[in-house]
Design a protein around this ligand. Structure first.
Ligand code: FAD
Length: 374
């Protein structure tokens, strides 16, 4: 079997690994970039030793034992709990919004009243999607949910997506939980961490097998020859030369700066919903607790994706975009041995653990399934 994987991101790497080790077949993996690891690519700054996440901050978190066990064969982990902040009305406060945030924003008497009301209404340790809380008619709860919406959510969403939150699919907006607890951790998954030597090294180890050949600076557009199986982790509209139109994406612009002081901010990430044009500032040294008398930060500016100008980052979850994707998929399903997978191939926002989980499922059900039925 001649196998080619288009895209050496996490999806492509895990798939190449399974083809090489489980099927014991040879596989060529290509990427149009000059690096492996796709959007989880990171690199060590030679001066400070700080590992910089080039395409936005990446924190690994999962409840999936199988995914964790698989990746742990290729990396050790730095035990990192993500506790970001947001800058709201002149104060740095904890997010996701929790009871500590209430005390940071309001006078203690008011905060206590709100805390008691929320616990009575939802129970301690509950995690309530903001949109659900906004429907609650109680005066105090309505006050707090509208405050969160106005000062922490609305403008951030407008900056991030370029349109009003109401226009976006709830699968995106419901991701904002309100915590009725004092847990400042952004993720509550059983397993959390950052690869001790970086994501790129982890991907390099996943790809390190004699059956795997890597070719960088290689766009599929310019690849010739016959392949029995094409696994495409790029965008499906590009594969079909945009014959039905372009799938929209949101892009990002990164302003990376070296700062001549030990720390810039308290946390790895601070969100700025209402101030400045950037959405957040990431300070990379926090991820692995790297010691240096300098620091490196990245300011993140959301942008519209423009073909051949910037990168695709977030698929835009709207019904008409899904319809366009489905139209392309119908076309793809007619071609034997052609598969679309991964963040771009599936036109879906996928966390890293979901991307790996998807490859496991795809490999079991489609690839091994097809071999059994052949
Ligand atoms: C800003 C941001 C922050 C994130 N933070 C987190 C986080 O904290 N935790 C988490 O779990 N997940 C996070 N994610 C999600 C994570 O980035 C994805 O799960 C992961 O990158 C998916 O990997 P992938 O291989 O499917 O896609 P990608 O990493 O995009 O890889 C696709 C690869 O295909 C290549 N390619 C495309 N077309 C072609 C072509 N025609 N020819 C050759 N090569 C091609 C591309 O160059 C790219 O390298 C974040 C995502 C973003 C955008």
């Amino acid at each position: 079997m001649r196998n080619i994987i288009v895209g050496a991101g996490l999806t492509g790497a895990v798939l190449a690994n399974l083809i090489a080790i489980v099927l014991k077949e040879k596989v060529l993996i290509i990427d149009k970039r000059d690096t492996i690891a796709g959007n989880i690519y990171d690199e060590k700054d030679s001066q400070t030793g700080i590992i910089v996440h080039k395409y936005g901050p990446h924190i690994f978190h999962t409840n999936n034992e199988k995914v964790w066990a698989f990746l742990s064969k290729y990396t050790e982990w730095y035990d990192f709990s993500f506790m970001p902040n947001a800058y709201i009305n002149g104060k740095f406060v904890n997010i996701p919004f929790n009871i500590n945030t209430i005390y940071q924003l309001f006078p203690s008497e008011k905060a206590q009243k709100l805390e008691e009301k929320l616990i009575r209404e939802y129970g301690y340790d509950a995690s309530i999607p903001l949109l659900e809380m906004l429907k609650n008619p109680d005066n105090d709860i309505s006050f707090i949910s509208n405050y969160i919406y106005e000062y922490m959510f609305k403008n951030y969403t407008i900056k991030q997506w370029g349109f009003d939150p109401k226009e976006i699919d709830k699968s995106i907006t419901a991701r904002v939980p309100i915590r009725i607890s004092k847990d400042n951790r952004y993720f509550t998954d059983k397993y959390q961490g950052i690869p001790l030597n970086g994501y790129t090294k982890m991907v390099e180890n996943i790809l390190n097998h004699p059956n795997i050949t890597i070719k960088l600076n290689t766009d599929f557009k310019f690849v010739s020859g016959h392949y029995d199986r094409i696994f495409y982790t790029g965008s499906i509209d590009e594969y079909f030369d945009y014959k039905y139109g372009e799938l929209p994406y949101r892009s990002l612009e990164f302003d990376v700066r070296e700062i001549d002081k030990e720390y810039y901010q308290k946390s790895a990430m601070t969100n700025y919903p209402n101030d400045y044009d950037f959405t957040r500032i990431v300070e990379h040294k926090h991820f692995l607790n790297t010691k240096s008398d300098k620091t490196i930060i990245t300011m993140e500016y959301p942008k519209q994706f423009v073909l051949n100008k910037n990168e695709r980052f977030y698929p835009i979850a709207k019904p008409e975009n899904q319809e366009l994707y489905d139209k392309y998929m119908k076309e793809a399903n007619k071609i034997k041995g052609l598969y679309f997978i991964g963040r771009l191939g599936a036109y879906k926002y996928l966390n890293m653990d979901q991307a790996v989980e998807n490859v496991f499922e795809f490999f079991e059900n489609r690839i091994k399934g097809e071999l059994i039925n052949a």
